[in-house]
Write a protein that binds this ligand. Sequence first.
Ligand SMILES: Nc1ncnc2c1ncn2[C@@H]1O[C@H](COP(=O)(O)OP(=O)(O)OP(=O)(O)O)[C@@H](O)[C@H]1O
Ligand SMILES: [Mg+2]
Length: 217
Amino acid sequence: MKDPIIKLRNIHFSYEGRKILEDLNLEIREGERLGLVGPNGSGKTTLLYIIMGLLKPERGSVEIFGKIRQKERDFLEVRQKIGLLFQDSDSQLFCPTVKEDIAFGPLNLGLPKGEVEKMVRRILKILGLEGFEDRVTYKLSGGEKKLVSLGTVLAMNPVCYLLDEPSAGLDEVTVERVLSYLKTYAKTYLIVSHDRKFLEEATEKIYILRNGKISTL
Ligand SMILES: Nc1ncnc2c1ncn2[C@@H]1O[C@H](COP(=O)(O)OP(=O)(O)OP(=O)(O)O)[C@@H](O)[C@H]1O
Ligand SMILES: [Mg+2]
């Protein structure tokens, strides 16, 4: 079996002394399509933030692409290659227009402008948002923001996707469109969701986060 892309060992995390994750272990290998469920407040979003280095565990190790990640600079590569879709779109989108938000990551990686423009158009088409290039991001509807957020993740063509409630607030046709993208183009992902039907269609194994630990559902 291949080495895991993400390997969390004995992770402990608390907010203000309140334990959220306790001796948690998780591995994600290339090609795995995983789901993660768990009650509200069980720590699913917190767990994704720990993988991205946005929060630091009190104890335990975060190993990504075979390297232990601790310091801020250890996570630069992680954030380029692992794509996090934030549960709250307002945490993801920070540019004035849709095209700037989707182009931001690829331009930062040094891709040529013309190529990025084509990519933005292609991604908007995949998401059913043709013609949205110059729309003002903060004026979009909740579902539209979710889709544009997903677009910013797709634009980075990540090795592994971490998707926090990707189907929340999306209509049926749009959910199907997202599912078909994931199944066709995304090889490795972990989807956090309360939408069981979506998870059953998109994933092959579902984990549950309960009492600070992960187990198989
Ligand atoms: N910055 C913070 N400071 C203090 N407590 C926090 C903070 N962020 C989250 N929490 C608390 O930690 C717990 C875990 O939060 P988290 O967002 O990880 O849960 P979740 O499993 O993603 O929930 P949901 O299904 O509602 O999205 C919750 O009780 C939440 O209120
Ligand atoms: Mg959450």
